[in-house]
Design a binder for this molecule. Structure first.
Ligand code: CP
Length: 307
């Protein structure tokens, strides 16, 4: 029997609202689905999930869609480039249209921070935030932590450093939330123009250089430069960013046990060396694969809360 525990939340919008029990329940069910990866399950065959992605996505959208199909859920996927949004339909009217199509669960990516929370008010549907502006991307943080816990069951013994565009990154913010709940030792390294003014630094160590970061870390988490959200003056050039903040093959030669992650999409030659693409210490492809099981677990737990 699959391990189903009630979550403390009806929707998954803000990772800081998750409890340790919620995270453990999601991980336990994700592990069940990973161990039974060749099976198809029909637990929610009368349910409808609508994927409304107002920003581009490859990993999140495809893995949510596959996760839903593996659970027997019918999916509706809005093609924003060819929808009535092009004729002036609003975000609210778009969501209301899908409510009338009997959507049980919305999976929403939007360029505005708070969009998913805003639209979730006053409806009985479930909402999953698939990334909103600079704010949050809960399933990315969950899949990152799940990937780490497969290697390090006790995260309190692990030093993880997040490097790069921390101020614009919803992935950084989500990982700071979830890894803190799990008790990991977290550090950051960022250029001063991409420094996270919003972060409470109480339990977060700040490094001054990439050499200091790699020397003291078990895991480096690289981040994509969020050019679509960045002030054009934030960086003199990407080559300078790579010089001072990029993870390079020489770091892995010096520290052969150092693991590294990236939420994707990756820009080789900017956040990390192209020579690291298929490196044995890369967790990047594992992150993508685990995203499927985390999203199956999240969908199953939230929809089971409904029944
Ligand atoms: N990590 C992530 O959210 O990737 P996508 O933008 O491809 O979904």
């Amino acid at each position: 029997m699959r391990p189903i525990n009630k979550l403390s939340t009806k929707s998954l919008i803000d990772s800081s609202k998750l409890t340790l029990d919620d995270i453990n329940s999601i991980f336990c069910l994700a592990q069940y689905y990973k161990s039974n990866s060749h099976q198809k399950f029909d637990f929610h065959k009368n349910k409808v999930a609508s994927l409304l992605f107002f920003e581009p996505s490859t990993r999140t959208k495809s893995s949510f869609e596959l996760a839903a199909k593996k659970l027997g859920i019918t999916t509706l996927s809005l093609d924003t480039s060819n929808s009535s949004i092009k004729k002036g339909e609003s975000f609210i009217d778009t969501v209301e249209t899908y409510i009338e199509l009997e959507t049980d669960c919305f999976i929403i990516r939007h360029q505005l921070s708070g969009a998913c929370d805003f639209i979730s008010k006053n409806t009985s549907s479930i909402f999953i935030n698939a990334g909103d502006g600079k704010h949050d991307h809960p399933t990315q943080g969950l899949l990152d932590a799940f990937t780490l816990k497969e290697i390090f069951p006790d995260l309190s013994k692990v030093n993880i450093t997040i490097i790069g565009d921390i101020s614009q990154s919803r992935v950084a913010r989500t990982n700071l939330n979830i890894l803190s709940i799990l008790g990991a030792n977290i550090s950051i390294l960022a250029p001063s123009t991409l420094y996270p003014m919003h972060v409470d630094f109480k339990n977060i160590n700040v490094y001054k250089s990439i050499n200091e970061a790699v020397e003291n870390s078990n895991v480096i988490m690289c981040l994509r430069l969020q050019n679509e959200r960045m002030d054009s003056n934030a960086l003199p050039s990407t080559s300078e960013f790579y010089k001072y903040y990029g993870l390079k093959e020489s770091h892995l030669i010096q520290y052969p046990d150092l693991l590294f992650m990236h939420p994707g999409p990756t820009n080789y030659g900017v956040e990390l060396d192209i020579k690291l693409k298929n490196h044995k210490n890369s967790l990047i492809r594992k992150q993508v694969n685990n995203g499927l099981y985390i999203r199956m677990a999240v969908l199953d737990l939230l929809l089971s809360n409904l029944s």
